[in-house]
Design a protein around this ligand. Structure first.
Ligand code: HXC
Length: 520
């Protein structure tokens, strides 16, 4: 009969074997690809010594295709809880060394268990994905497992923050769950997301494409917008997840953690008094404005390389976590198009779900027109952003820096969409459209009827100047109370902070409904 000591020894040995996943050879292969193992990733992600693993000895039940001879403790995923900066999180990390991290019924059960705990205990949920998709040998049981996870992703949406790391190939079923979560972090050159890999693509469509071209971090961070962050390597990817978490509350009933700062709330930003060029068609860099007004100039940008005509991301304002949305005059003049509307709408909705106030910096010439945008559904995509602002009940502070025209003016956090405090700089132009377009529509017949070209030009300029005098300033909007105050640019930091502090106790609810029917 074995002694207590023997039993403890057996436990220690079984734990050590489980920690090896698919074995040293496969661990070495993982390292040779420039990838860390599941456990190494969790070690870097979580506070030292904080990880408690669950279900280490779970094995799959499949016997098809010789799978009964291929069983590993843990079944290809490491799950559990730990802390990041002392705050509780629930995690999983798929272990590619076991059947390529493919999804089995039991793997799904392990993941669902920690998801349920995360929701019950109001803590963020982080998944590190590295998987060949549905475990082919398990058939429908694997698909059912995915279904269970997706349902939980959906129910947890807006309740706890959900963050997905894509740290290897993620094919087939492996991509849907990350896409249902709030943020996706990919790693350049070693991670891929696609519904089907290059070989299937070639068979079905004849298209020849590499993994990188089809679904690399470059593609998803710049073209599709599926990835919110693209890190240089896994260490950077894990640091990004931690940084992101520092701006987020643990659940939808809490406030984000306060970040102590030595940056004075009353700091004036003299550079902002000089930043708007005299020529209204000349761009300036909105990053300079953001960097000037936020605490210590620190800004965590989301979707940095996709739809760059709008900037979204997190910063602290006098220690308070804040979502920043800003048009970027340097890219496409800051126009709103399909992708920038989608990008900002999702960000606004995330902030609203998690009690993060919104600061909107406006310099927008309008929505992009033309067949490409219309055929792509700019109308439906554009109103996603309008809808997001209109339904948001978190504190909303809007500052109009320069242009704010037409539908884009209404969309970008205007007073009528329940903007709480709306400021404008003296350089603001708030109108239906710019002078050029307005004069063309209102006076083209009259002007064309003039035969003398010199007189024609004079008349055009006169009408433009009349229009500019009336609308190309913030005072017309301020006259109606649509702008609460016109502020000196140098005081923008101070004024936003004071507004946010005033709004900290804001309580606003929307009418009861089963759910909304927002334009999707
Ligand atoms: C079972 C799998 C697997 C899978 C990989 N493996 N994918 N086992 N089911 N889906 C196994 C391999 O057989 C291999 O086992 C080990 O994992 C490592 O795989 P390799 O191919 O050697 O690795 P690599 O060359 O790095 O290529 C990784 C890969 C490739 C790109 C992910 O394995 C691949 O293309 N897999 C299939 C991807 C795919 O089409 N999945 C879609 C499934 S359908 P050994 O024993 O040799 O180490 C789906 C739909 C779900 O997911 C829909 C849900 C709603």
């Amino acid at each position: 009969m074995s002694t207590q000591q023997d039993k403890i020894k057996e436990l220690v040995e079984r734990r050590a074997a489980a920690r090896l996943g698919g074995g040293q050879k496969r661990i070495d292969a993982q390292h040779q690809k420039g990838k860390l193992t599941a456990r190494e990733r969790l070690d870097l992600l979580l506070d030292e010594g904080s990880f408690e693993e669950f279900d280490m000895f779970v094995q799959h039940h499949c016997t098809n295709f010789g799978m009964d001879r291929s069983r590993y403790d843990g079944d290809g995923v490491v799950t559990g809880m730990g802390t990041i900066d002392g705050r509780l999180v629930y995690v999983f990390a798929q272990d590619f060394t076991v059947n390529g991290g493919s999804m089995s019924e039991t793997m799904a059960q392990k993941i669902c268990k920690v998801m349920d705990m995360a929701v019950r205990n109001g803590a963020p949920f982080i998944g590190i994905n590295d998987s060949g998709g549905a475990r082919i040998q398990e058939g429908i049981n694997s698909l059912a497992g995915y279904g269970e996870i997706f349902e939980r992703n959906i129910l947890a949406s807006g309740v706890i923050p959900q963050i997905s790391g894509i740290f290897g190939p993620c094919a087939g079923g492996a991509v849907y769950s990350p896409a249902l979560t709030d943020f996706t972090v990919m790693i350049k050159d070693t991670s891929y997301m696609f519904l089907t890999g290059p070989s299937v693509v070639k068979t079905v469509t004849g298209e020849v494409v590499t993994q990188e071209e089809l679904g690399g971090a470059g593609v998803h961070a710049t073209k599709s917008g599926v990835a919110h962050f693209a890190a240089e390597n896994e260490e950077e990817g894990l640091e990004t997840i931690k940084a992101l978490l520092s701006f987020l509350p643990s659940n939808n009933r809490e406030q984000a953690p306060f970040a102590e700062t030595s940056d004075p709330a009353g700091r004036v930003c003299d550079n902002l008094n000089e930043i708007i060029p005299d020529n209204p068609t000349k761009p300036y860099d909105m990053y300079q404005v953001i960097g000037s007004i936020v605490d210590d100039g620190a800004f965590l940008e989301v979707h940095q390389s996709w739809a760059k005509n709008i900037i979204v991301g997190f910063a602290h304002m006098n220690g308070r976590s804040t979502g920043i949305v800003a048009n970027q005059p340097k890219v496409l003049a800051g126009v709103l198009d399909i992708n920038s509307s989608r990008k900002a709408a999702r960000f606004v909705r995330f902030c609203d779900a998690f009690n993060i106030p919104l600061v909107t910096l406006v310099d927008v010439p309008g929505f992009l027109c033309g067949t490409q945008q219309e055929y792509g559904g700019i109308i439906s995509h554009g109103v996603k952003l309008l809808y997001a602002y209109g339904e948001a009940t978190v504190p909303k502070v809007t500052v109009t820096l320069r242009k704010s025209y037409g539908g884009a003016h209404i969309t970008m956090g205007c007073k009528q969409l329940r903007g709480d405090i709306n400021y404008a700089w003296p350089s603001a132009n708030i109108a239906v459209m710019g002078a050029e377009g307005a004069v063309e529509i209102l006076y083209s017949k009259e002007i064309q009827a003039i035969e003398d070209p010199v007189e024609q030009a004079r008349m055009t300029e006169e009408k433009k100047s009349e229009y500019n005098d009336l609308f190309c300033n913030p005072y017309n909007a301020a006259r109606y109370g649509f702008i609460d105050d016109i502020i000196e640019p140098r005081n923008t930091r101070f004024r936003i902070i004071r507004a946010l502090e005033q709004l900290a106790g804001k309580k606003q609810t929307n009418p009861w409904k089963k759910h909304d029917n927002q334009p999707l």
